[in-house]
Design a protein around this ligand. Structure first.
Ligand SMILES: Cc1cc2nc3c(=O)[nH]c(=O)nc-3n(C[C@H](O)[C@H](O)[C@H](O)COP(=O)(O)OP(=O)(O)OC[C@H]3O[C@@H](n4cnc5c(N)ncnc54)[C@H](O)[C@@H]3O)c2cc1C
Length: 182
């Protein structure tokens, strides 16, 4: 279904763009599998992280990564001041971590349950059991609708668990990759 309405003709204001319904968009995107990450940064209270799948590589030269962060999250507030973030790519056996960092933590420190160390390059938290890690210097923030795109130059890229299967998020469920026989 498409919603939205045209503005008055000739008023000098661009008419609103017709757009699909949010539910239709979500339904389509559920059919677009992604990896799952924990996006970490450091704030005044110490390490902070949130589960994120709106993460992508942007460029190889220089290596550049991007994450889309909702404006209502604590992470969003921290990334307004931060100079660095880390993308911790999760393995298929890390569902607990994905769920842990997908909820609010007003009274608990999730990093007590998730072993971590500061990145030697940026100082941001690296989850020691994550499958792979991108340390990023935060280069730009771009506000789009109710999210901010945080764009970072990758200063360090490491696979921590070679051979482990990546976690996949698709159709609202954590899954793993099944290789099709060739
Ligand atoms: C598979 C998966 C993928 C996801 N991908 C993404 C993604 O790509 N991008 C994304 O943005 N989210 C994503 N999320 C959701 C995200 O993980 C959760 O919203 C998470 O709780 C955010 O954690 P947080 O600690 O940053 O914020 P939270 O502490 O969880 O803050 C969010 C809630 O707290 C409230 N809040 C925020 N700041 C304050 C404040 N200063 N004072 C009082 N209340 C406040 C907000 O209203 C909101 O209800 C994903 C979740 C899952 C399960």
């Amino acid at each position: 279904m498409v919603t939205g309405s045209a503005g008055p003709a000739g008023c000098g204001i661009a008419p609103p763009v017709r757009h699909a319904s949010g539910e239709g968009f979500r339904d389509v995107m559920r059919h677009f599998p992604t990896g799952v990450t924990v996006l970490t940064t450091t704030g005044p209270a110490g390490p902070h992280g949130m589960t994120a799948n709106a993460v992508m590589s942007v460029s190889l030269h220089p290596p550049t990564a991007l994450a889309a962060v909702h404006r209502d999250t604590v992470t969003h507030g921290l990334l307004r001041a931060a100079t660095a973030f880390t993308v911790n790519i999760l393995a298929a056996d890390q569902t607990e971590l994905a769920l842990l960092f997908a909820r609010s933590h007003p009274d608990e420190d999730p990093f007590l349950q998730a072993p971590w160390r500061p990145s030697p390059v940026t100082g941001t938290p690296v989850l020691t059991q994550s499958l792979a890690v991108l340390d990023c210097h935060l280069q730009r923030r771009v506000t789009v609708a109710d999210h901010t795109l945080v764009i970072g130059t990758v200063t360090d890229a490491r696979v921590q668990r070679p051979g482990a299967d990546p976690m996949v998020f698709s159709r609202r469920a954590f899954q793993t990759v099944t290789k099709t026989p060739s």
